[in-house]
Write a protein that binds this ligand. Structure first.
Ligand SMILES: [Zn+2]
Length: 203
């Protein structure tokens, strides 16, 4: 690997991915190099496509193609005028795959205690959430942040921010274990948490 800065750089980058260290990064890179045409080339092309064409929607925070309108917030054909607020895109994916919720999503991109969210209200798209509630005549906002201290603090912060919108606000309650993260919850737990969500005082 010495004298191969391309490989050394790649190891450094891949080691930063969740669940991977330098050892597994090396194994992944060797696998890619040993499969140049089947893995390395299509991966490089796909990564380039993702870098060029995919971005977070500035309105709802989900991933969107920068060629087409956002299918989450600009598609007005959804039957239910409800918005489910989650911390991360992986939470949206977990809830979508459980099929318990058919409305819109709003992805904060973290919690208010994240150190990289210095200007929280803007970074967490809370002003944008308020705009969406008004413009799209949203009837219910479901706070589906994790059952962690950070998640619950964030839910309280959003509930407070929505006070003047007069929209019904509910929160996932029973079913989620204390400390439970949305993305790691199984379908049964998510369905139970949605069904048993409780209304929050929003006046
Ligand atoms: Zn969007």
């Amino acid at each position: 690997m010495r004298n191969l800065p391309e490989i050394e750089n790649l190891i450094k980058i891949i080691s930063k991915l969740p669940g991977l260290g330098p050892k597994s990064a090396k194994r992944i890179i060797l696998k890619m190099i040993n499969n140049r045409n089947e893995i390395l080339k299509p991966l490089a092309n796909n990564l380039n496509d993702v870098f060029k064409n995919i971005e977070r929607c500035k309105i709802c925070g989900t991933l969107k193609s920068n060629i087409n309108p956002c299918s989450n917030c600009e598609d007005k054909s959804k039957k239910f005028n409800k918005i489910c607020v989650v911390e991360n895109i992986s939470d949206q994916w977990a809830i979508e795959s459980s099929s318990i919720f058919q409305g819109y999503f709003h992805i904060l991109g973290g919690t208010i205690s994240d150190t990289n969210n210095s200007n929280n209200r803007e970074n967490l798209l809370i002003n944008s959430l308020i705009e969406r509630i008004k413009n799209d005549k949203i009837e219910e906002v479901i706070l589906a942040t994790s059952a962690t201290v950070e998640g619950q603090t964030t839910a309280f912060y959003i509930q407070d921010s929505l006070r003047n919108t007069k929209t019904k606000v509910s929160k996932l309650a029973q079913g989620l274990p204390v400390g439970g993260e949305i993305e790691n919850s199984d379908d049964g737990t998510l369905i139970s948490a949605f069904k048993n969500r409780k209304d929050l005082d929003n006046s």
